[in-house]
Unconditional design. Structure first.
Length: 149
């Protein structure tokens, strides 16, 4: 029984794709980059944003420790919130299996969420604790929660 024209065409097309794939594999084996050193693989970006194999000259290249400390100080966030003193409260709810709870803040009279990762000692409900409060997108979270004797 003779093959139809479309079957011959599909078979030839499949054979051609298979040969192209084999050729690509041979090319990859010949031109692989394995064995290059780290320095050969590094690329740097110059002041214009172009990739170069040569590292650019740094503005701080000849700077001493004093100048670098000044630069580091200037990069510090100018709007860092001031550190709050430790707050106190009572644990109103604590789910040990899920690892979270809430503290009734003595000062603000509001509930503050805390996670078990922020505990500095073992606690249970109705324990008096001290903590630091931090602002998040969902409200306040308690950090460094420790029991008060």
């Amino acid at each position: 029984m003779a093959e139809s024209f479309s079957k011959k065409e599909k078979r030839n097309k499949k054979a051609k794709l298979k040969e192209e794939k084999a050729q690509k594999m041979r090319d990859r084996k010949l031109n692989n980059d394995k064995g290059k050193s780290l320095e050969d693989m590094l690329a740097f970006v110059d002041e214009n944003g172009n990739l170069t194999p040569v590292p650019p000259k740094s503005a701080n290249e000849g700077a001493g420790l004093h100048e670098l400390a000044t630069v580091a100080r200037n990069r510090a966030t100018p709007h860092a919130p001031p550190a709050e003193p430790a707050r106190t409260g009572v644990i109103s709810f604590f789910n040990t299996s899920k690892g979270f709870g809430f503290i009734a803040d003595d000062n603000a009279k509001e509930s503050v969420f805390f996670h078990a990762n922020q505990l500095l000692g073992p606690v249970k409900e109705k324990d008096k604790v001290s903590f630091e409060r931090e602002r998040t997108s969902r409200g306040y979270n308690a950090r460094n929660v420790k029991p008060v004797e």
